[in-house]
Design a protein around this ligand. Sequence first.
Ligand code: FES
Length: 111
Amino acid sequence: MTVVRFLKADGTLDKEVEAEPGQRLLDVAWAAREPLEGACEGVMACSTCHVIVDAQDFEELPPASEEEEDLLDLAAHATRTSRLACQIVLNEKMKSLTVRVPPGAKNWMGR
Ligand code: FES
């Protein structure tokens, strides 16, 4: 079980939810009704699932693929700890994961 904390763009807590190993962060965000678009639903054809990961948690994640890095170059408000939520799969070792939804993120798919 991983405690996932979603922060607003201003850094305040928006939601805290529990998620199972094997779940993608994008799916956890959608279930929590976070404003992450995820337009391509994880086939690496957009960057609308961009999240900014807490600096300490970022170090614990498996590194981003080259393809993910390329897409992050297109993401608005990208930082050194930016990742694509569709590429983060929770595992048993992750007790908690804190991410910030970038300013201006929206969820036009209504999830
Ligand atoms: S949903 Fe498109 S790259 Fe993550």
